[in-house]
Design a protein. Structure first.
Length: 403
């Protein structure tokens, strides 16, 4: 092996250690060598069992060998924790530094409880997971947090005037950081779902992907050339609060007829109450999946409303891919077919003729995987900033724990 090759090999391994898993394309850009040179180097490292292809990992995707698929060190150092706050559930996961989930758990809660109580509950769940996996907490690099509300891109905190009324003013990252003694980074849940799909899911290697999260809330993550687009201050993607009917139901944001107020799975379950009595969102989704008349109608109508908004978005963004995530996707084609029809009807034909609309590849795991990826990205950036290497320091506030 020539000297140049040895140097390249060392630099590639160093990069994987400092920045976490990388795709062949990313490595080729960072090391300023051709894709074919990187491909043969990675083939060598794979054969020697020094690195692993993360394409067919426990995240459930089967894409090994695709150019966007990342490779990581065989024995990466340390762990990341993810916390995803849904409206009625907290999901918590712990992963290795190649973002492979080792263990996860979820607990019920209500996002309308006081933020401090929610943070206690989340911290307790993380402690349970740490104890259960017997992982040395000193080896945990960072915690990523997803919330169903807009996160200020400058401060990394919930936007003032956030739609999470009982959480306004609460320092979620700081509060979790103090409780856990770890650095904490936070983002909007749909952005994190979009991030996960763009790294490990269906959006790998796409130019423009819209990730639409249809759950207890409605969210949108916009991925442009592999980067999540957050707008000038982090509000980009508040799809749930575009007004679709000014005489519609009052929304939690204080406006009327927001898309979320009409198609959140809670709103749909409530609407089904008229014909079926009290029905939980899970039950409503099950009935819709089985083709039960009332439930199918409600879900199909929701598909039309969402599809119309997606049609508008296609005119703005000209995406090649629209991914639908969240629990409402359990209704399958009952949701997807009317959604696609409405999207086409309410957009410029050229903007939607080639758009693929499909469920996200990571399903309901997308958001929690996104929290882990975000923790990794921000943590590796912060470490690079500290050690004075070329990578920029974290653009968002770096909230350190009591370490
Ligand atoms: Zn609203």
């Amino acid at each position: 092996m020539g000297q140049g090759q040895t140097r390249l090999r060392l630099r590639a391994l160093e990069l994987l250690k400092e920045k976490g898993p990388q795709s062949r394309a990313e490595l080729s850009r960072s090391l300023a060598v051709s894709r074919s040179t990187i491909s043969s180097l990675i083939a060598e490292l794979l054969a020697e069992d020094v690195v692993v292809d993360l394409g067919d990992d426990p995240l459930g995707t089967k894409q090994a060998g695709r150019p966007g698929v990342r490779v990581g060190l065989k024995a990466p150092q340390g762990y990341f924790v993810g916390i995803d706050f849904g409206r009625l559930r907290i999901n918590v996961a712990i992963a290795d530094a190649n973002y492979r989930i080792i263990d996860q758990l979820s607990c019920d809660f209500d996002i309308d409880i006081a933020a401090e109580t929610a943070l206690d509950l989340a911290a307790e769940s993380v402690e349970t997971l740490i104890a259960h996996t017997a992982i040395d907490r000193r080896a945990i690099h960072a915690v990523g947090v997803g919330v169903p509300g807009p996160v200020d891109a400058a401060t990394g905190m919930l936007h003032a005037g956030s739609i999470l009324a009982s959480w306004v003013g609460a320092d979620v990252p700081g509060g979790l950081s103090r409780r856990l003694g770890l650095p904490v980074y936070m983002d909007n849940d749909a952005n994190l779902g979009a991030l996960a799909e763009s790294v490990y899911g269906a959006a790998v290697g796409t130019k423009v992907t819209l990730y639409v999260l249809l759950s207890y809330g409605v969210g949108l993550g916009i991925v442009i050339n592999g980067q999540v687009f957050r707008g000038s201050s982090g509000i980009a993607g508040e799809l749930g609060h575009i007004v679709t009917d000014e005489h519609g139901p009052l929304c939690r944001c204080g406006s009327r007829g927001c898309l979320e107020a009409r198609v959140s799975i809670l709103a749909l379950a409530k609407a089904l109450g008229t014909s079926h009595g009290a029905v939980s969102p899970d039950e409503m989704l099950r009935l819709a999946g089985e083709g039960s008349t009332g439930a199918s109608r409600i879900v199909a109508d929701a598909g039309v409303m969402v599809g119309r908004s997606i049609g508008d978005l296609c005119n703005y963004f000209n995406p090649e891919l629209v991914l639908i995530g969240g629990e409402l996707m359990r209704a399958g084609e009952t949701l997807l077919n009317p959604l696609k029809d409405a999207m086409r009807r309410y957009s410029i034909a050229r903007a939607t003729e080639r758009v693929k609309v499909m469920p996200g590849a990571l399903g309901e795991q997308a958001e929690i995987i996104g929290t882990i990826l975000f923790a990794g990205e921000q943590s590796f950036k912060a470490m690079a900033g500290k050690s004075g290497t070329s990578a920029p320091a974290a653009a968002r506030t770096v909230l350190q724990g009591s370490d």
